[in-house]
Design a protein around this ligand. Structure first.
Ligand code: NDP
Length: 300
């Protein structure tokens, strides 16, 4: 029986693992992907105090630090968590693990545009990760969808690789922070198309050649010539596997108290997957520290 199983190895999960294992707990971190979560998809982290690093570098440094205090890590996608009176069972396919406490730190996944050919062309011109796929579009035209912090930040990143970056915004204003908007204005190869919504994808010879957009007011259709499409239109929580526990709000985010505990005793959540205002690396690590330290104190 483990003391704590952490589901999700992003900044929240890794920080909880650091605090709990450093306080002597026997901790296992499970994740279906590489440790670091969304840090691995982020070019530059410039608002985590005291550091200016590439996302994957910060991810690796957090990962190494929690392993150095004895936390263990395994790959595996958790499919269900079962609540027993004084322990929990965590299922990974047909395998299962038991622990006194469980912390859910699975974060969020990219929202899809839900337009024709989006799924078929993912990885063949449609991408949700500028850092991963941006280099394929050197000297080409790419189109980013969205007006939030992600869309603007990634457009700035892509503008150093692609010849031209179009941004499609469904309203007539950007939602992104002013600091990023100011940075965007300095880029000469970025064009913003306000009041446009993605409608369909044009494909020629199995390659993306254009994005058809509809006008938000008149619904008139027009085509933007582009070889790459990068949707950054928001995020949805990864909580399908905890539906049986009745701990999520109407949007799918997990509700927690000041110790990051859900209404199910012994089941905690931290980071972007929880219901909160500000989803940042710094707030994820904050949640993870609170949960890790509190869980360790329960084991004493
Ligand atoms: P946001 O929800 O902030 O923005 C989503 C954007 O996509 C909005 O412009 C929205 O338009 C638009 N949109 C939503 N649905 C559609 C659709 N179906 N078609 C077209 N456009 C659509 O998401 P982000 O991913 O940008 O950010 C998520 C969170 O992460 C935020 O809290 C953000 O602040 C944070 N973040 C912070 C960063 C930083 O501080 N450096 C970097 C990246 C993210 P509308 O405005 O009309 O709703």
């Amino acid at each position: 029986m483990l003391d704590l199983i952490i589901v999700g190895a992003g900044p929240a999960g890794l920080t909880a693992a650091l605090y709990a294992s450093r306080a002597g707990a026997n901790v296992l971190v499970l994740d279906g992907g590489a440790p670091g979560g969304k840090l691995n998809l982020t070019a530059e982290i410039e608002n985590y105090p005291g550091t200016k690093m590439k996302g994957p570098e910060l991810a690796y440094s957090m990962y190494e630090q929690c392993l150095s205090f004895g936390a263990k890590q395994e790959y595996g996608e958790v499919t269900k968590i079962e609540n027993k009176e004084d322990y929990k069972i965590v299922y990974v396919g047909d395998k299962s693990y038991e622990a006194r406490y469980v912390l859910i730190a699975t974060g969020t996944k990219e929202r899809k545009m839900n337009i024709p050919l989006e799924e078929e062309m993912t990885g063949r011109g449609v991408s949700y990760c500028a850092v991963c796929d941006g280099p394929f579009f050197k000297g080409k035209t790419v189109t980013v969808i969205g007006g939030g912090n992600s869309a603007i930040e990634e457009s700035i990143y892509l503008s150093d690789i692609a010849e031209k970056v179009n941004i499609i915004v469904r309203r007539d204003v950007l939602r992104a922070d002013q600091y990023l908007v100011d940075k965007l204005k300095q880029k000469e190869n970025i064009e913003i198309h306000f009041l446009k919504k993605p409608y369909s994808i044009e494909v020629t010879d199995q390659k993306v050649t254009g994005l058809v957009v509809s006008d938000s007011k008149t619904e008139e259709l027009s085509t933007i010539t582009t070889q790459g499409i990068f949707p950054f239109i928001g995020l949805d929580p990864i909580t399908d596997f905890v539906k049986n526990l009745d701990i999520i709000d109407e949007y799918g985010y997990i509700l927690v108290d000041e110790n990051q505990e859900t209404k199910v005793s012994g089941i905690f959540a931290a980071g972007d997957v929880t219901s909160k205002q500000l989803r940042q690396v710094v707030t994820a690590t904050n949640d993870g520290a609170i949960a890790g330290q509190y869980i360790a104190s329960l084991l004493k």
